[in-house]
Design a protein. Structure first.
Length: 217
């Protein structure tokens, strides 16, 4: 789990994180771990980048807008900002996904975690949703996630394994500038493991509820 005080304090963006209190601290040690966070420029993305870096991880923060990604870096504790790599990328573009994986691999030689947090959904009210909008939403929330998960899993299995975390939350739907004190994201993780050696057995991985950064601990 991420302790409340691992997240950005009022000196950064109190509007987006009204529930945070100062003082970086983490309940787990992720030193030596390398994690990709997609959609890192959003409210949850920034919180996860801050929490993971506070726990000692190197994080590649990716998203479509450089300004929001730079804000995610600024939201981290000053002494941990050098642990964040920024990459402007669209998870709907396979080449962008591979570029993110390439960059983190070049920096850390391995990838321990991938967080599927990026999402772009329908803005219209239910009765007014056009077919094109529904298809675009399914593409971002299902097809893009599946493709990114497959790409990340291939890299992880080649280097010994890792964790893939999927984020599901209504947090972004509460308000454009959330002031709620208890956002409730749900994290599920699937462990990516190298193929078993000949003669051994392996139990297929199943998703399980967990919390960040415990998924990578």
């Amino acid at each position: 789990m991420i302790a409340a005080d691992t997240l950005p304090d009022e000196s950064h963006d109190r509007t987006s994180f009204p529930m945070m209190t100062p003082g970086p601290r983490s309940v787990v040690d992720l030193g030596g771990k390398s994690v990709v966070v997609t959609g890192a420029g959003g409210h949850l993305g920034r919180a996860m980048v801050a929490g993971l870096t506070a726990a000692g991880a190197v994080v590649l923060a990716c998203g479509r807008t450089r300004e929001t990604l730079e804000a995610a870096v600024s939201a981290c504790a000053p002494e941990r900002r050098a642990s964040v790599l920024v990459e402007v990328a669209d998870m709907g573009v396979d080449a962008d996904v591979e570029r993110c994986l390439d960059r983190l691999t070049a920096h850390s030689d391995h990838i321990d975690g991938w967080v599927n947090n990026a999402f772009s959904g329908v803005e219209e009210p239910g009765p007014s949703v056009a077919r094109e909008s529904a298809i675009r939403t399914l593409g971002a929330g299902l097809v893009d996630v599946m493709a990114a998960t497959q790409a990340a899993a291939r890299r992880m299995t080649a280097s010994g394994g890792g964790s893939i975390v999927n984020v599901s939350s209504m947090y972004a739907k509460v308000s454009r500038s959330p002031r709620c004190t208890r956002p409730a994201p749900t994290f599920t993780t699937r462990r990516a493991t190298a193929p078993p050696r000949r003669g051994s057995s392996s139990t297929p991985a199943t998703p399980r509820a967990t919390s960040l950064p415990m998924a990578f601990g």
